[in-house]
Ligand binder design. Structure first.
Ligand code: NAP
Length: 279
């Protein structure tokens, strides 16, 4: 069984380590390879999706910049992929090419694992950033009953995303504002979860944190940082030093891969093996 990841560039990806460890742990004769496709290459993605149709590939992961470009090449989107507006996993079902997205469920599963104390259907989550991963996080949160506030440096990006999700999930609360002390201060007492979906704090800029310097930390909040390189970002370290619960994004990376593995193979993913392979 051959699987793979397409994107541009993809050489830095941890996915081959995750999936090849999983394949050998469950005893499947298979391989997970990288398929870098230059966005200027006209037929690259189409040729790759045809390999899934023909059975040459049993499944494909998709990353930046192709998560949206590839949508017209599948026959069907799952409701999650539709809500996120992007595909990260493709497979064939009954002759039809399905575009799915395991990021939302991967995020929620790891959140449940690490933050069971704050998991409440009436909770309010603050999401920093309004890019691709924010869409997956917000989809997962809204589907689980959370109210969401999006804070971004670009207010239009935040407002557009809030409008998109308000239309997609009528009756659910999605607000938007600036990622700054002025907007955030009055909200902080009612927020019990913070999710960072910006790349701030990622290697090599490990001294940076998305938390505004002049914003006071609330007494009770759980911090989930999607950044997994370094394993403990400045945001996570700061929250932990205040006695708050906090975790980085490696568990989400493992979980989204585990869910794709299960969709492709039908085998339960060996999550601990996968985690050790990238830890
Ligand atoms: P993206 O689509 O580029 O979105 C990034 C968001 O962060 C945008 O809203 C961007 O705003 C904002 N941003 C970037 N730099 C900023 C800064 N200095 N100050 C304030 N806002 C800033 O990226 P993404 O795909 O969502 O990925 C974001 C991070 O999540 C990356 O570090 C990625 O590795 C991580 N991630 C982790 C997982 C996981 O499984 N753990 C999954 C997906 C992503 P502008 O548009 O204004 O630049």
């Amino acid at each position: 069984m051959r699987f793979g990841l397409t994107g541009w560039p993809v050489s830095h990806s941890l996915s081959p380590r995750l999936h090849n460890a999983a394949l050998s742990a469950v005893g499947l004769d298979g391989e997970y390879c990288l398929y870098p496709i230059d966005p200027s290459e006209p037929d690259g993605l189409l040729n790759l999706t045809n390999k899934i149709r023909s059975g040459e590939l049993a499944g494909l992961n998709v990353t930046i910049p192709h998560k949206q470009n590839i949508i017209p090449m599948v026959d069907e989107l799952t409701s999650t992929a539709k809500s996120i507006g992007a595909i990260n996993t493709i497979y064939l079902r009954n002759g039809r090419l399905i575009g799915d997205n395991t990021d939302a469920q991967g995020f929620m599963a790891d959140l449940h694992k690490n933050a069971s104390a704050v998991m409440s259907s009436s909770g309010k989550a603050m999401v920093f950033g309004a890019g691709g991963s924010a869409r997956a996080v917000i989809t997962g949160l809204l589907n689980s009953g959370w109210r969401v506030v999006i804070a971004a440096r670009d207010i239009h990006q935040a407002q557009n995303l809030a409008l998109y999700f308000s239309n997609q999930h009528p009756g659910k609360s999605v607000e938007a504002g600036f990622l700054d002390q002025r907007y955030l201060t009055p909200l902080m007492s009612s927020v019990n979860l913070l999710v960072n979906t910006t790349p701030i704090g990622m290697v090599p800029n490990t001294d940076n944190s998305p938390w505004p310097v002049d914003l006071a930390w609330p007494k009770k909040i759980f911090v989930y940082d999607l950044v997994y390189n370094p394993r403990r970002t400045k945001l996570v370290t700061e929250a932990m030093s205040l006695g708050l619960g906090a975790v980085g994004g490696l568990g989400m990376l493992v979980e989204q891969a585990a869910l794709a593995f299960e969709l492709w193979t039908g085998f339960e993913a060996p999550r601990e093996v996968m985690y050790s392979a990238v830890e």
